[in-house]
Design a protein around this ligand. Structure first.
Ligand code: CA
Length: 195
């Protein structure tokens, strides 16, 4: 699915430059031309990342960043005209993920956007927002108990699922039959007994 980036930028030529390069790299974009709109759109939760100018009419980038950060976990790349601003933003602890100064190379902007998106995806995976496990061509979702091999769904019994899932979340480790028995069969037996 294409990722959507919110561009909060009041200078039309810069907003257009960012939009053109991001869209050429496969992203969808939306432009908010002032801070108030940027905050409103940013809080909609529809965006995978926000590229946020610092000096904006109606509400500055500091405030927009702070309010979005208080409400949402979305990567924010701040764009500043002056290098000195970066220290100030850091000092304020607004929680921006990265900073880029104007004039920037559009390719660098795109590279940073991509880097932060993939970092967020990794963190999301680690924090358990998605419990899906992927090992080579097998994909398992323990929440729905569904298993896919090369995107084709296969049906497993409960124990088969647990065994495969256990092995999938412990890649490159060897377990004895006893260990597996204990982990898969005994643990469920105990869980049943305790009820
Ligand atoms: Ca500006």
């Amino acid at each position: 699915m294409r990722k959507t980036i919110l561009i909060v930028e009041d200078e039309p030529s810069i907003a257009k430059l960012q939009r053109d390069y991001l869209e050429a790299s496969g992203f969808r974009t939306e432009i908010a031309p002032n801070g108030e709109l940027g905050l409103e759109r940013g809080l909609s939760g529809k965006f995978d990342m926000i590229v946020l100018d610092l000096m904006l009419p109606r509400m500055n980038g500091f405030e927009v960043c702070r309010q979005i950060r208080d409400n949402l976990d979305v990567p924010i790349l701040m764009v500043t005209a002056r290098r000195e601003d970066i220290d100030m933003i850091r000092g304020l602890g607004l929680g921006a993920d990265d900073y880029i100064t104007k004039p920037f190379k559009p390719a660098e902007l795109v590279a940073r956007v991509k880097a932060h998106l993939s970092r967020y995806e990794r963190l999301k995976g680690l924090s358990g927002l998605t419990n899906e496990v992927e090992v080579r061509e097998i994909r398992m979702d323990p929440d729905s108990r569904r298993v896919f091999v090369r995107d084709a769904e296969v049906t497993l019994t409960t124990k088969e699922f647990e065994l495969l899932h256990f092995l999938a979340i412990h890649p490159n480790r060897v377990f004895s039959k006893d260990q597996l028995f204990e982990r898969i069969w005994e643990s469920t037996r105990w869980a049943t007994l305790r009820r």
